[in-house]
Write a protein that binds this ligand. Structure first.
Ligand code: AVJ
Length: 323
């Protein structure tokens, strides 16, 4: 086995506990209670998410991986030799490996993730397998401002890789805003390679968020457990039911946690009242057509160059460039 040439660079900008507490209390004070879905991804949550990805019902991961396996060469051909490859929400880094087989002349790889332990492990594994690649890991909430570290080699082009359809977690305006921020961190001719979950039969969508092995349910509830542990909360996990449905008018799957009874929850000394049947909206997952997404990206100054889709039209990987 090859020895890693050097250690990875690790920039820790993970959100502070006060911000987490603030976001939670803000969300639970609204008429429609909500919790930001980015807080799903602590160590347990990231593990549960990986379990969801392996279920039969959750088609996006395996479909996107299939597209990457088939077309990674074509995707790599769109990029300039010496480009800096920046991955938003890098997770376990499974998808990027398929591209790295074809991207031999990168100036560096910048994985960005909010889940610190998973990021560190994935970045170190990658560094071991690709000893010539400079890995500059950034633990950050990419919806907040952060800077992209510079590698030692000369950067000919910057390309943001945003797989997994994570962009779907943002409602239209927020998605547009995030794309604008990306475009602002890039220059004309720089790229964005992005995974988009496509609109499809409602039954398939509903199944994907209601898997039989109940990993999605556990993933959804885990956010309450995290609040209990990290913010001194007293949520009774089994007083909440997992619910996921497709909201046709918004084009998104919504996940909720529905209170089975009237009760009170205390978090860090602050009390929140729940009615029977009242829900916490924990996630939205927007589905697009290629045209809808390319129009949205256009507003953020990105031009669609090429797209790759699986044979069922379930998922798309799009390459766009800053105008
Ligand atoms: C990782 C955000 C794309 O929205 O489908 C999976 C997360 N939530 N099952 C998605 C998720 C419930 C997933 N993303």
């Amino acid at each position: 086995m090859k020895q890693p040439k050097e250690e990875i660079t690790f920039h820790d900008l993970s959100p502070e506990k006060e911000i987490f507490l603030n976001d939670v209390c803000d969300g639970l004070s609204k008429p429609q209670k909500t919790l930001p879905c980015k807080y799903f991804y602590n160590e347990v949550g990231s593990r549960l998410f990986n379990a969801i990805c392996r279920t039969v019902e959750y088609y996006p991961t395996r479909t996107e991986l299939g597209i990457m396996k088939t077309y990674a060469g074509e995707m790599a051909d769109m990029l300039k030799p010496g480009c800096l490859f920046i991955e938003y929400g890098s997770g376990i880094g499974e998808k990027v490996r398929l591209l790295l087989e074809h991207l031999k002349e990168l100036s560096g790889y910048v994985p960005i993730d909010i889940s610190k332990e998973h990021l560190k492990e994935a970045a170190e594994d990658l560094n071991r397998d690709y000893p010539d690649l400079e890995v500059l890991a950034v633990c950050a909430d990419f919806t907040k401002e952060f800077s992209i570290p510079a590698p030692q080699k000369n950067v000919t082009q910057k390309v943001i890789y945003f797989p997994g359809s994570t962009i779907g977690n943002f409602h239209k305006e927020a998605a547009c805003h995030l794309l604008e921020n990306m475009a602002n961190s890039l220059e004309s001719g720089d790229g964005l390679l992005i995974g988009i979950d496509l609109k499809k039969n409602e039954e398939i969508l509903i199944q994907a968020y209601n898997d039989n092995s109940s990993f999605t349910e556990a993933f959804n509830r885990n956010i309450l457990l995290r609040i209990n542990k990290e913010l001194d909360g007293d949520f009774q996990l089994d007083w909440f039911d997992h619910e996921a449905f497709y909201e046709e008018s918004k084009g998104c799957v919504e996940m909720h946690l529905v209170s089975r009874r009237e009760h009170k929850v205390t978090i860090h000394g602050q009390t929140f009242q729940f009615l029977k049947g009242e829900s916490i909206h924990t996630e939205s997952s927007h589905k697009y057509t290629i045209d809808e997404f390319s129009a949205l990206a256009k507003q953020a100054n990105f031009n669609l160059k090429k797209s790759w889709i699986d044979e069922n039209d379930f998922f798309g990987v799009l390459y766009l460039e800053v105008i």
